[in-house]
Write a new protein. Structure first.
Length: 201
């Protein structure tokens, strides 16, 4: 999907407003999810959106979205955003994020969708990391216990009795997966819930 940044899209610094970009990202990812599932889809969650570079007035914004993996009725979509200044022939990577969508029937009930079959090495890497990202979302939403997240055991040092133990700080890498950082001790009383993040399917 391609958009031209017009004056009505910018803030007082003539940069694209973050909310407008998120709106475009939601649209392009919903289209990708709908094409994969051939169903009506609804947004379930949005991962962290970081702005690497500002997008300026007059830039041409290109948004690319692909479904990385499907889970019953839900699917993860990766979005990459580039901004191009045509007069100066410069192009920059601005944003990337993961959205989660749920396919629903005409009554709004979740419905099963086809699996994703990765082909390229990049697609396989995104596919393999999708389960870990999904489990992390569910943990942060309070819908899964850390001890149940088997795919995250290489990142979290989890005790079976609960969330008491050691959790390591993690960073998202270029494939949207997570790299291990410095250990961070947590206790049973620590709140690992992030409001507004949820996933169905």
């Amino acid at each position: 999907m391609t958009e031209l940044v017009l004056p009505n899209d910018t803030n007082t610094l003539n940069n694209l407003m973050g909310g407008r970009l998120m709106h475009w990202m939601d649209i392009v990812s919903a289209i990708a999810a709908q094409k994969h599932s051939n169903r009506i889809v609804v947004t379930a969650s949005v991962d962290n959106i970081s702005f690497k570079h500002p997008i300026r007035l007059g830039n041409v914004v290109t948004l690319r979205a692909k479904v990385t993996r499907a889970f019953n009725s839900s699917m993860e979509v990766r979005i990459d955003v580039d901004a191009e200044d045509i007069p100066s022939s410069t192009k920059t990577e601005s944003n990337s994020a993961f959205f989660t969508f749920v396919a629903v029937d005409q009554l709004g009930r979740p419905i099963d969708i086809p699996e994703v079959e990765p082909e390229t090495e990049d697609e396989k890497a995104l596919y393999e990391g999708a389960l870990r990202r999904r489990q992390l979302r569910l943990i942060l939403a309070g819908r899964m216990k850390p001890s149940e997240a088997k795919e995250l055991r290489s990142i979290f040092d989890i005790q079976e009795s609960g969330i008491s133990g050691t959790v390591v700080y993690i960073d998202e890498n270029e494939n949207g997966d997570y790299d291990q950082g410095e250990p961070l001790a947590v206790s049973q009383e620590d709140d690992l819930t992030t409001p507004g993040m949820n996933e169905t399917g």
